[in-house]
Design a protein around this ligand. Structure first.
Ligand SMILES: [Zn+2]
Length: 79
């Protein structure tokens, strides 16, 4: 099972269609259960729409880590 942090890391290759099917399955499985990562993916998709491409480095690593931490915190709050 992928973690939220892994999903945020993988979202670029997912959107670029560069993900192996096994990984893609795990990715989609996580999305099915995690509304926060669904929201994140949605946000990324609209970014791609605006830019017309997948951003090379969508989120600086330090910000991404912060986001991942927040996602985990949100999940904990949801209980
Ligand atoms: Zn998640």
């Amino acid at each position: 099972m992928l973690t939220c942090a892994e999903v945020t890391e993988l979202v670029t290759s997912y959107l670029e269609g560069q993900m192996a099917w096994r990984r893609r399955m795990a990715f989609r499985l996580h999305l099915g259960m995690c509304k926060h990562c669904r929201a994140y993916l949605r946000q990324m998709k609209s970014t791609v729409k605006v830019l017309g491409r997948v951003p090379a480095d969508p989120i600086p690593p330090e910000l991404r880590d912060d986001l991942a931490r927040r996602l985990v915190a949100m999940r904990k709050k949801d209980g």
